[in-house]
Design a protein around this ligand. Structure first.
Ligand code: ADP
Ligand code: MG
Ligand code: MG
Length: 883
C-alpha cells in the first residue's frame, strides 16, 4: 500500500478511488488556485484496512496524521489544541468515491474544549461564535461519534428556545449558548457518555467514526440501491475550519453552477447568513436564494459567479458546490458533478456541446438511456382542470400517483403497490422508503433538501416544502384547507409544477423536446446499429416513425384478428371443417389485413416493414372453454337453438385445440404447414397492399417473416409455397414489388442450423423472448411468478433474463447464428425483435455481435437510439484502450 495521507495540494481530480470524491475535488480546487481551507485526506485504502484490522491501523495512521496537522498549523498560523493564540479547529468529513448525499456524517469544530472555547472567544473577539461552535461540536460529536442520536440535543435546543421565547437559533445570546453547552453536557452525563476534552482524542475518534460509518445500515442500503460496491471504503477529509457563523458578514451556502431542474444557465442555490454547516440543507431557517447575495455581499457574489465559471470550464460539466463566507471572504468546501433531472441532463449535454466545451460523443455519453426513458413517461394533463389541493416546490419533475404512506418502513413494505411517501421532511434513514415509493411529498425543505436531491438522483417525482399541508403522524393523516387525506388514500403529485392532487389525475403522453431530438439526431449519426420498432397498427407505426424508428422490426398480425369486427371471421376460419369453408372465411379477412398493411406501409414512408405470419396457437382466438359451456347452458335455457349449435361447434374445436404446453405446441410455421391457406392469404394481403402503395408512387419495402422455424425443411416448404403466391400477385398487379422472405430465430435448433436456414431466409430476426424461454427451459409466466424472484434475490441468476439478455447462454446461441448465417449468406440482414431490443445492455450486446438493427416498442425507440449510439462509442473507447 502506498501513501496513507495526502495534503490537498498532493492530490487531484483523477484520484477519486483513493481520495474519494470530496477529497479529489478539494485537491483539484486547491491546485487550480481556488480558495480552499488547508487540509488533508486519509485514503479509502486506510478505511478498508481499518474495517479489517481496527485499532492497529489507527495506531499506525496516527503519526502520519500528526505530521499533516503540523503542516496545516504552519499554513494557517493557528495551533491545534494549544493554550494560546487563535485555535486551529478541524472538520472531519467522510467522502467516498461516489457521492452519497447525506449518507455519512461530518463533525465540525473539532479542537474545542472547556478551556479552548474561552481562548477562542477572546482571540476572535466573538464569544457568540465560540460558544455556538462549541455547542455544535458537542451536538455532532455526541450524535455521530458517540452514537447518541441528534434528538436529545435538538430537543434541548427547542426547549431553550421556547424558554427564551425565540424562534431562530441565531437569536440565542452568548449566555443562552453557554447554558446550552451546560445542558448538552448533562445529556452526556445522563447517557453515561464522556466528551473527550483532549482535542487530539476528539480528532482520532472522529476519524474512526467516519471509517465505521461506511457500514451503517443506511449507507449499505444506499449502496445497494445505487449499485455501488461495498468494498470501496470512504476517505476521511480533515479540513481546517472556516466560520460562516461570525455574524452578518458571514454565511454558508450551496449552489449549482446551472439549474439542476431545467438545465437553464445561471447559478442556482441558497445560502444563510450567520450560519454553519448543514443549516442550509437542514431547513433550520428558510435560506435565501443565491441572487440575494448580490445585495448582501456584491463582491463575494461576483467572485462566486466567477468561480462557478472557472469550475465549469475546468470540469466541463455542471457542478454542485458548497461554500462558506467568513467575514466577507469566500471559501470553497466542496465540488462535485451536480445531480440533475433527466430533462436538465439533455439540455446540459446539448448546451455544453454548443458552448464548445465537449464533443458530440461526450454529449451522447452525458445522458443515460434511463433518463430518456423517464422523459417519455406520461405527465399530468393540465387541461383537465383538476384542482390542486396543495402546492409546494416542484423539485423533481414527472407525475406520480399512489397511496399516501407516512413512513419509509411502511413504504418499503408495500410491495408492488404504488405509494407516495409523505413526510414533514426526509432524512438519510428514509432512503429505502424513497426507493420503494413512486414519488415523495414533503411539508418542509427547499430545492436542495434531502428529499429533493435524492428524488432527482433517482429520477422520481418530488414535491417538497408544501407548507400548507399539516401532517399528523400520530393520526396518520394530513390536512390541507380543511380537507383530510388519510393514510392509503390516493393522491397524485406533479414534480414539475409542485401541485398535489387528490385521487388519480389524468395523464398525457409526452413529446420529445427540441434538445432531445437534437441529441437523438447526433446519436443516429454515431450509432452503427439501427433502431426499428415493434408496431402492429398504423397508429403505432406513426408513433414509431415520429420517434425516429428506421423501420418496423416486428408487426404481429394476430392482434389484427382480435379486433371486434374480425374475430367472428377468424373463428369461422378456425372451426372450418373443409378447405372450402376455410378459404371462404379467409376471403373475408383478406381485405381487412390488406387495409392494415396498407396503413402501416404508408406511415413508414418507404422504411422496411417486417410482417410476421400468424404465430400464436389458434385456441387463443376462441373463447375460453368454461365460458363457452356457460353460454351454451344459457342459450339452451332460453331455447336459442342456432346459437347453441354455433357455440357447441366452437367448444368442440376448442377441445381439439387444447394443448398441454401451448408455448411449444401447434403454433408458428407449424400452423402454416398444416393450414397453408392462412399464410397464403396473409402474403397476398401484404403484397396487394404493397402494390397499392407503389401504384400511388410511393416506396415500400415489405419483409415477410416466418415464425418459429427450427428445421430447414420448415422454412423451405413454407417459402416455396409462398413464393408462388408472390409471383401470382405480382403478375396480377403488374408492378415490381421489392419483398424479402426471412425467419425468426427463436429456437435453439434454428440458431445452431442457421447456415442451412440462411439458404432460404434473406433476413433473421432474433425472437429473444421465445429464445430465452427455450434456452433456459423456462416458461416466462411461470418463471416470473414462481421462482425467478427467488433466483434473483439469492443471486442464482444475476438479472432477469427476460429483461436483460443472457449473454453467456442465449447470447452464445445468437453469436453462433450470426456467424453461421452470414457464412451461408454474407448479406443476411439480422436484427432482434424481442423485448430485449429496448434494453440498453442488450442493445450493446447486439451491436457487439454485429446485428444490423434492434427493434423495440415505439416508446422505447428514443431510449434505444441513444443506447445504440452509446454502445458504439463505448465499444470504440474500449477498443482503443485495449490497443
Ligand atoms: P456532506 O457530505 O453531508 O455534504 P460535508 O462534509 O460536505 O458533508 O459537510 C457538510 C457541511 O459542513 C459543508 O457543506 C460545510 O458547510 C460544512 N463544513 C465542512 N467542513 C467545513 C470547514 N472546514 N469549515 C466550515 N464549514 C465546513
Ligand atoms: Mg451530512
Ligand atoms: Mg457536503
Amino acid at each position: 500500500m502506498g501513501k496513507w495521507v495526502y495534503l490537498f495540494e498532493e492530490g487531484n481530480a483523477s484520484m477519486k478511488d483513493l481520495l474519494g470524491g470530496k477529497g479529489a475535488g478539494l485537491a483539484e480546487m486547491t491546485n487550480i488556485g481556488l480558495p480552499v481551507p488547508p487540509g488533508f485526506t486519509i485514503t479509502t485504502e486506510v478505511c478498508n484496512l481499518y474495517l479489517e484490522n481496527g485499532d492497529k491501523v489507527i495506531e499506525e495512521l496516527w503519526p502520519m496524521v500528526l505530521e499533516k496537522v503540523k503542516v496545516i498549523e504552519e499554513r494557517t498560523g493557528k495551533k491545534f489544541g494549544a493554550q494560546s493564540g487563535l485555535p486551529l479547529l478541524f472538520s472531519v468529513r467522510s467522502g467516498a468515491k461516489f457521492s452519497m448525499p447525506g449518507m455519512m456524517d461530518t463533525v465540525l469544530n473539532i479542537g474545542l474544549n472547556d478551556e479552548i472555547v474561552e481562548l477562542f472567544s477572546k482571540e476572535s473577539g466573538n464569544p457568540r461564535l465560540a460558544y455556538d461552535s462549541y455547542r455544535r461540536l458537542l451536538q455532532m460529536f455526541g450524535d455521530i461519534v458517540l452514537g447518541m442520536g441528534i434528538h436529545p440535543f435538538e430537543n434541548e435546543l427547542e426547549i431553550i428556545k421556547a424558554q427564551k421565547g425565540i424562534k431562530n437559533d441565531v437569536e440565542l445570546s452568548v449566555d443562552d449558548l453557554k447554558e446550552l453547552v451546560g445542558r448538552y453536557k448533562k445529556i452526556y452525563e445522563s447517557e453515561g457518555k464522556v466528551f473527550p476534552q483532549d482535542p487530539f482524542v476528539q480528532l482520532k475518534m472522529a476519524i474512526e467514526a467516519v471509517f465505521k460509518s461506511w457500514n451503517v445500515p443506511r449507507a449499505i442500503s444506499y449502496r445497494k440501491i445505487n449499485n455501488i460496491p461495498d468494498n470501496l471504503g470512504t476517505a476521511v477529509n480533515v479540513v481546517s475550519m472556516v466560520f460562516g457563523n461570525m455574524g452578518d458578514d458571514s454565511a454558508t451556502g450551496v449552489a449549482f453552477t446551472r439549474d439542476p431542474k431545467t438545465g437553464e444557465k445561471g447559478v442556482f442555490g441558497e445560502y444563510l447568513l450567520d450560519a454553519q454547516g448543514e443549516d442550509v440543507v437542514a431547513g433550520i431557517r428558510t435560506p435565501k436564494p443565491i441572487s440575494d447575495l448580490k445585495d448582501d455581499m456584491p463582491e463575494v457574489y461576483n467572485e462566486l459567479l466567477n468561480i462557478c465559471k472557472v469550475l465549469e470550464d475546468h470540469y466541463k460539466d455542471m457542478q454542485d458546490i458548497e461554500f462558506t463566507i467568513e467575514k466577507g471572504k469566500l471559501y470553497m468546501l466542496q465540488v462535485r458533478t451536480g445531480k440533475r433531472t433527466p430533462g436538465a441532463a439533455v439540455k446540459l449535454a446539448m448546451d455544453f456541446l454548443k458552448e464548445g466545451l465537449i464533443s458530440e460523443e461526450e454529449a451522447i455519453l452525458r445522458v443515460e438511456p434511463s433518463q430518456v426513458d423517464f422523459l417519455l413517461h406520461p405527465r399530468i394533463d393540465v387541461s383537465s382542470k383538476l384542482k390542486s389541493i396543495a402546492k409546494g416546490l416542484g423539485a423533481s419533475p414527472g407525475a406520480a400517483t399512489g397511496k399516501v404512506v407516512f413512513d419509509a418502513d411502511l413504504a418499503a413494505k408495500m410491495g408492488d403497490e404504488d405509494v407516495i411517501l409523505v413526510r414533514p421532511e426526509t432524512v438519510p434513514d428514509d432512503i429505502h422508503g424513497l426507493a420503494a415509493a413512486k414519488g415523495v411529498l414533503t411539508a418542509r425543505g427547499g430545492m436542495t433538501s434531502h428529499a429533493a436531491v435524492v428524488a432527482r438522483g433517482m429520477g422520481k417525482p418530488a414535491v417538497v416544502g408544501a407548507e400548507s399541508i399539516k401532517i399528523d403522524l400520530n393520526e396518520r393523516s394530513f390536512t390541507v384547507n380543511g380537507e383530510t387525506i388519510k393514510e392509503f388514500d390516493v393522491i397524485t403529485i406533479d414534480g414539475t409544477s409542485g401541485n398535489v392532487f387528490k385521487g388519480v389525475a389524468p395523464l398525457i403522453m409526452p413529446e420529445l423536446s427540441e434538445d432531445l431530438q437534437d441529441l437523438l439526431v447526433l446519436a443516429d449519426k454515431v450509432a452503427k446499429i439501427q433502431v426499428r420498432a415493434n408496431a402492429d397498427t398504423p397508429e403505432d407505426a406513426r408513433r414509431s416513425y415520429e420517434f425516429g424508428a428506421k423501420g418496423i422490426g416486428l408487426c404481429r398480425t394476430e392482434h389484427m384478428f382480435m379486433a371486434q369486427d374480425r374475430l367472428p371471421a377468424m373463428q369461422e376460419m378456425i372451426v372450418a371443417e373443409t378447405i372450402e369453408e376455410r378459404k371462404a372465411a379467409l376471403e373475408k379477412l383478406l381485405p381487412m389485413q390488406r387495409e392494415d398493411f396498407y396503413g402501416i406501409f404508408k406511415e413508414m414512408k418507404g422504411y422496411p416493414v417486417i410482417i410476421r405470419l400468424l404465430d400464436p396457437p389458434l385456441h387463443e382466438f376462441l373463447p375460453k372453454r368454461e365460458i363457452l359451456k356457460e353460454e351454451i347452458a344459457q342459450h339452451e335455457k332460453s331455447g336459442e337453438k342456432e346459437l347453441v349449435e354455433k357455440k357447441k361447434r366452437l367448444l368442440r374445436r376448442a377441445e381439439t385445440l387444447k394443448e398441454s404446453n401451448p408455448m411449444m405446441g401447434f403454433r408458428g410455421c407449424r400452423l402454416g404447414l398444416v393450414y397453408p391457406e392462412i399464410n397464403e392469404m396473409q402474403v397476398r394481403a401484404i403484397l396487394e397492399a404493397a402494390a397499392m402503395v407503389i401504384k400511388e408512387g410511393e416506396r415500400v419495402f415489405p419483409e415477410i417473416m416466418v415464425p418459429l422455424v427450427g428445421h430447414i425443411n420448415e422454412i423451405r416448404l413454407v417459402r416455396e409455397k409462398l413464393e408462388e403466391v408472390a409471383k401470382e400477385v405480382i403478375s396480377e398487379q403488374g408492378v415490381q414489388i421489392p419483398y424479402l422472405f426471412g425467419t425468426m430465430i427463436e429456437l435453439p435448433r434454428a440458431a445452431l442450423r442457421a447456415d442451412e436456414i440462411a439458404k432460404y431466409a434473406k433476413f433473421f430476426s432474433f425472437g429473444t423472448n421465445d429464445l430465452t424461454q427455450m434456452t433456459f427451459g423456462f416458461s416466462r409466466d411461470d418463471a416470473e411468478s414462481k421462482f425467478l424472484p427467488v433466483y434473483l434475490e439469492r443471486g442464482i441468476l444475476p438479472v432477469n433474463p427476460f429483461q436483460t439478455l443472457d449473454r453467456d447462454g442465449v447470447g452464445e446461441l445468437m453469436k453462433i447464428a450470426v456467424e453461421r448465417g452470414r457464412c451461408a449468406n454474407a448479406d443476411l440482414e439480422i436484427g432482434i425483435c424481442g423485448e430485449h431490443g429496448g434494453d440498453p445492455d442488450s442493445i450493446a450486446f447486439c451491436y457487439e455481435i454485429g446485428l444490423n438493427y434492434v427493434s423495440c416498442s415505439p416508446f422505447r425507440v428514443p431510449v434505444a437510439r441513444l443506447a445504440a449510439a452509446r454502445a458504439t462509442i463505448l465499444a470504440k473507447v474500449r477498443y482503443e484502450s485495449d490497443k
